[in-house]
Design a protein around this ligand. Sequence first.
Ligand code: 2P0
Length: 322
Amino acid sequence: MATAKAHTNIALVKYWGKRDNQLILPWTDSLSLTLNEFYTTTTVKFDSELSQDEFTIDQMPVDEKNFMKLTHFMDIAREKIELTQFAHVDSINHVPISAGLASSSSAFAALAGAIYEASGKPYTMTDVSRLARRGSGSATRSVFGGLAQWHKGTDDNDSFASPIQEKLDFGLEMIAILLDTKKKKISSRSGMQNTVTTSPFYHEWLSVVENDMRAMKQAIADKDVHLIGKIAESNAMRMHSLTLSADPHFTYFNADSLLAMQEVEKLRENGVECFYTMDAGPNVKVIYDCQDRDVILASLAKVFGRNQLVVSQPGPGITFMK
Ligand code: 2P0
């Protein structure tokens, strides 16, 4: 039996599209910041008495659809680790589910970590990252703290994340503006698939990411928070332009997302350097240097409720609890 805790991550250079849907192999590398504030804790207990896996999420048994998804993931893990037993799996989310705050990233990272730890067999965190990927692409990166890069790789074996800087020695921070924490209409899985097959701009995205990865890694090496934010914002908007150019076209923006982005732009016009990013949901995340936190919070709190604004520092990689 083992319990693992994993945190969500927010991509600064986004993953948007798979070239292999079964193995979850992405078209591009991606790069993210793991957040301290949002996490999942998962306990796995292998049990020879069980005739099938048992899952609870937030203390409720899972529905049929989630059962199928999770037991399929357990089968992949059993095959990789050469295990035969079924397991009790109990997961608690400290993340608003399916609201673009990437609950699947912390969920599958925590599950993959707990499985390896409970198996009693030797493993590396690269093994955990590789397995987490099979549950959800972004989970690959949540295995590591701080800034992590998911290498797209060529097959199941070489597509995994590695840390760029697990403990940050500069002031990168995020505020998540919670605008709508309900379940999203278009999952990232189907949204990205639709985009890959129908957006006439998809092939341009591949070179956008290649350039952004290079520039982002240099900005990180230079500890240049403002340049990190600037590249992340541009990368996010180019990702979202793919959804508008898909057929059928769609968007994850809502009216409040636009309002939040305008507020960030106003702050910039007033000399406060801060930037935004968005994922597969309407919530906006603001990227800034921690020394500007108070002025940014005060300004955003004039438009949004203070309880909608969640400050998060960089978070750690997977930890195990006794
Ligand atoms: C990312 N997102 O890089 C991108 C940016 C959302 C926008 O990864 O199909 O839940 O399970 O691999 O990882 C969200 O998609 O999708 C995501 P699957 P996932 O963080």
